[in-house]
Ligand binder design. Structure first.
Ligand code: SF4
Length: 149
């Protein structure tokens, strides 16, 4: 516990930006799943990054440094609200953001959050859904990068 509370990643990075702190880092490394895994960099990464999620949480009355279960000492979760301050989802994670975002060329973090909420309500895995959408987009069944579609 002392190690987690003193290491900069688990005591500062993850609590502030959540697991989506990895979006910008992995994008810069060229390994962010993008366009149905065909590319490793996404031009819209900043818009769906942990930094943007944190900024929206602060502006909209959401939460960061949030614990998703009792006893956790890392607090990497969040509560994400829409622009009007109404609850959209919790928590918005790295895997969800790349799967429903970069891998579908979608740079709208609010649309990703809405889909995360729908997947939670329906009991669907967000990685599987994002990858399913990406295959459908590559096959011409859906347009790339649109939240409403
Ligand atoms: S228990 Fe929840 S808040 Fe804590 S580190 Fe794991 S995912 Fe993050």
């Amino acid at each position: 516990m002392d190690g987690l509370k003193t290491h900069p990643v688990t005591s500062q990075g993850l609590p502030t930006y959540g697991t989506a702190i990895l979006i910008n880092i992995i994008n810069e490394a060229g390994a962010l799943p993008t366009k149905n895994f065909r590319e490793g960099r996404f031009d819209g990464a900043e818009k769906i990054s942990g930094e943007t999620i944190n900024a929206h949480c602060q502006e909209r009355g959401g939460k960061y440094e949030h614990s998703c279960m009792t006893g956790c000492v890392v607090h990497c979760s969040n509560v994400y609200n829409d622009a009007a301050g109404h609850y959209l989802t919790s928590g918005l994670e790295y895997e969800t953001v790349w799967a429903l975002g970069a891998n579908c060329l979608l740079d709208d973090i609010d649309a990703i959050a809405k889909m995360d909420r729908l997947c939670d309500d329906l009991g669907l895995d967000t990685i599987e859904m994002g990858d399913t959408f990406a295959v459908a987009m590559e096959g011409g069944l859906l347009p790339w990068g649109t939240g409403p579609a």
